[in-house]
Design a protein around this ligand. Structure first.
Ligand SMILES: O=C(O)CCC(=O)C(=O)O
Ligand SMILES: [Fe+2]
Length: 459
């Protein structure tokens, strides 16, 4: 993002999973067994959603019956019907997500004030929401298969294909809390990303979310204005439909059922990522610095042959306390939700082109407003120009060819705030040091160490 909001959360919700509304607690050892055998590859895995008809045999693939037993004896069972997009049908109104646009009062380009009302209700939607809520409560993540249908994903991938050249190499935040810089560090993260702005529920001036660029006056648009100039007539009808579905599912469906999501008011801008040619994202937590993001949501937009771990790589690997890592394939239309501030994860090198739509949900309005006030007060807040200069300088330092003398000379031209960022990022500052002196004292060995350690960033 252009500038990552950096806040400290004073109150952290309990780590221990719990069930809202007096529902029974499940022992951790039982939490996955309720779903055993439902995954297509037969591995023990926690799922919610409809597996493809062939995968589970006869089209029944939802773990609803066993989950609802755990939820107090209600025998609600979710069934996949023959339709391509059962969950979208259940959650986004009659006709599925593909038709949801047609149902929108304003033709689908809904804005914060004229948003399509989702047709909630019905056993399938209710049961599915219960399952996903319970999974998040119990284990901190949920996997929802076929959240988007294969047909919808194909159309969405086609829509995004014309932007392929507008994707940029992703950057990571290097540094500590408020001081640091966004840098390209391919050994850590090498996907290409494309930010899409718009369709928020609150006004940008409230700063409930941290904008990745320029917000359009209506609908969705690339966050970078230069891309908008090129493609002004295209729009994102498919992406709008999918995002409305995810937004409604989380903000209207889950937030009232999962205590950690109570009061969610807004989401971040949307990031579309492409991993290919072995690109990866090393182990990390999305929100390690209490910036307010609570839930990560990802929808995989891969089409074609089923994903194969051995041939394709690109699994999302999640690390849960005391358990072996869980590898998830980026299957067509699969949605994965997990706690943005708690679950370490990585993307294994992807040999095949792998596309995903990712965004984050913020804490509730009150908490976020307090943090925005904090941000306003923070002396450490950098000006955009100073931040950019610091980023450029660090990139120069880390390039294989830069020499200590050149670095020292260039450092002299940096403004004080940029110097402080650089010194913090590279560990060249301490209490009694001036940042400039610290940077100028870096030896060639220090630089080598720094370059190497960048390759092991994350966790
Ligand atoms: O695409 C994925 O599966 C995860 C990507 C990720 O971890 C991120 O963008 O933070
Ligand atoms: Fe991540």
């Amino acid at each position: 993002m252009a500038s990552a909001a950096r806040f400290r959360d004073e109150e952290d919700s309990p780590r221990e999973p719990h069930l809202a509304g007096g529902r029974p607690r499940l022992e951790p050892s039982r939490r996955c067994q309720a779903f055993e055998g439902l995954a297509p590859d037969g591995r023990r895995r926690c799922h919610a959603g409809c597996l493809a008809p062939t995968a589970a045999g006869g089209g029944l693939g939802v773990s609803g019956d066993r989950v609802s037993q755990s939820l107090g004896g209600k025998s609600q069972r979710l069934r996949c019907d023959e339709r391509a997009s059962p969950l979208a049908v259940a959650l986004c109104g009659e006709g599925g997500s593909g038709d949801a646009r047609a149902n929108a009062p304003n033709g689908g380009s809904s804005s914060a004030s004229a948003r399509r009302e989702t047709a909630w209700g019905g056993a399938a939607a209710e049961g599915f929401l219960q399952v996903v809520s319970a999974l998040l409560d119990w284990q901190g993540y949920a996997v929802c298969d076929n959240f988007a249908s294969g047909a919808d994903v194909r159309l969405l991938a086609e829509e995004l294909a014309s932007y392929d050249r507008d994707f940029e190499t992703a950057k990571i935040w290097v540094g500590k809390q408020a001081t640091g810089a966004q840098l390209t560090v391919p050994t850590v993260r090498s996907d290409r990303i494309f930010w899409v702005c718009g369709e928020h529920r609150t006004h940008q001036r409230e700063m409930l979310w941290d904008s990745a660029g320029k917000q359009p006056s209506s609908g969705l648009a690339p966050c970078r204005p230069e891309v908008v100039m090129d493609k002004s007539t295209h729009g994102f009808p498919r992406l709008t439909t999918t995002m409305n579905c995810v937004d409604d599912f989380i903000l209207k469906g889950l937030s009232s059922r999962v205590s950690r999501l109570a009061g969610l008011a807004e989401r971040s801008d949307a990031m579309v990522s492409i991993y290919e040619n072995g690109s990866r994202f090393q182990k990390h937590v999305d929100n390690p610095n209490q910036d307010g993001r609570v839930l990560t949501s990802i929808v995989y937009l891969n089409t074609g042959d089923p994903w194969k771990a051995e041939d394709d790589g690109g699994q999302l690997r999640m690390f849960l306390d005391g358990e072996p890592p869980i590898d998830l394939m980026p299957d067509t239309g699969r949605m994965v939700l997990f706690w943005a501030d708690r679950i370490p994860h990585e993307v294994l090198p992807s040999k095949r082109r792998r596309m995903a739509l990712t965004y984050w949900m913020w804490f509730d309005r009150q908490e976020r407003e307090a943090k925005v006030r904090q941000l306003g007060d923070a002396e450490t807040q950098l000006q955009t120009k100073e931040e950019r200069l610091a980023q450029e300088f660090i990139a120069f330092m880390l390039s294989e060819t830069s020499k200590c003398e050149d670095i020292a000379q260039r450092a002299q031209a940096l403004p004080k705030k940029s110097l402080d960022v650089v010194a913090t990022v590279v560990g060249a500052s301490n209490a009694k040091d001036e940042a400039l002196e610290g940077i100028q004292r870096l030896s060639q060995e220090d630089l080598e160490r720094l370059r190497n350690s960048m390759g092991k960033m994350g966790l």
